[in-house]
Design a protein around this ligand. Structure first.
Ligand code: C2E
Ligand code: MG
Ligand code: MG
Ligand code: MG
Length: 291
């Protein structure tokens, strides 16, 4: 049974994989129609600044509102959209929607608006030479200042160098900020930080999850904030769920936190909730959501 244990000889005949392949094809066929039908929505998750809990930025996250199957997670359909190539069109729609929304908040809320919106961009989008120009067009059309946009890319998307890195230089030249997402989980090499233009390191949830425990994960969270500070980058801790994690991260030097503790992704995030009414007048107010 040695061969069976490795699973290798059976991989392509596994009923589970057949089902998954069928599901993939079905999803792929539906994606284009869903985009035309307006079934995608963009939700926004706060990234808060400590101390005080001001919503400094929001991350745009796409959702598929399927009429029969309900809300479908991007983890399920983004890989399919990447494979089919639809991510180019879908990604452009997400970027435009997020920039329009951010421009709207700025007009509506003034200084109470977040400073920037962060948008995930897939490897396939970044690899197209047209991408930086498309971003410039969207910024121009929406009137959003480039400094108000951050593009989130994974280490894996830029690891090979080439066009993706060129694109990041062009985005940077526009005034757009670059964040490395899920930092520490991809084809990580700290050397990447010397060759790739980066402004923000988003430290992956896996390191945040166990930051309160003694051991490997706390060590890595500590090392990553040191690298970030040392290189003059901005660190964001992802997936913060408990006050204990927030306190531990704050003690390590993290000042930008994102996670369910501060808010779930929402179509209409509450930018005022971090401070109760009148708290601005009271400098002694630390806020229950400080951590
Ligand atoms: P990501 O960019 O790392 O986004 C963070 C994910 O973690 C989001 O999942 C968010 O809802 C989730 N999250 C945030 N805080 C917490 C927390 O405290 N606990 C837990 N358990 N989860 C938390 P989501 O929205 O399901 O997105 C998953 C991934 O799908 C994203 O990971 C990103 O890689 C991709 N994605 C989402 N939206 C887009 C998009 O518009 N374009 C592209 N290319 N990819 C996207
Ligand atoms: Mg992200
Ligand atoms: Mg992330
Ligand atoms: Mg992540």
């Amino acid at each position: 049974h040695a061969a069976k244990e490795t699973g290798e000889p059976y991989r392509h005949w596994s009923p589970a994989l057949d089902e998954r392949a069928g599901e993939h094809a079905r999803l792929g066929a539906e994606l284009q129609a869903a985009l035309q039908a307006g079934h995608f929505v963009v939700v926004y998750q706060p990234i808060v600044a400590l101390p005080g809990g001001r919503v400094a930025a929001v991350e745009a996250l796409v959702r598929w509102r399927h009429p029969q199957r309900g809300l479908i997670s991007p983890a399920q359909f983004i890989p399919v959209a990447e494979q089919s190539g639809l991510i180019v069109e879908l990604g452009a729609w997400i970027l435009r929607t997020a920039c329009e929304q951010m421009a709207g908040w700025r007009a509506e809320l003034g200084p109470a608006a977040p400073d920037r919106v962060s948008v995930n961009v897939s490897a396939r989008q970044l690899a197209r030479p047209q991408f930086p120009g498309a971003v410039a067009d969207i910024l121009r059309d929406t009137g959003l200042p480039p400094r108000c946009l951050t593009v989130e890319v994974t280490e894996t998307a830029v690891f090979g160098g080439g066009q993706a890195v060129q694109a990041l230089h062009q985005l940077r030249a526009l005034g757009v900020r670059i964040a490395l997402d899920d930092f520490g989980t991809g084809h990580s090499s700290l050397g990447l930080l010397q060759t790739v233009p980066v402004d923000v390191l988003k430290v992956d949830k896996s390191f945040v999850d166990r930051v309160t425990e003694a051991g490997r994960h706390a060590v890595i969270a500590r090392a990553l904030i040191q690298v970030s500070d040392g290189l003059g980058l901005t660190a964001v801790a992802e997936g913060v769920e408990t006050a204990e994690q927030a306190e531990a991260l704050y003690d390590l030097g993290y000042r930008l936190l994102q996670g369910y503790l501060y808010g779930r992704p929402s179509a209409a995030p509450d930018f005022g909730a971090a401070r109760p009414p009148g708290s601005d007048a009271d400098p002694s107010y630390a806020g229950h959501r400080t951590f």
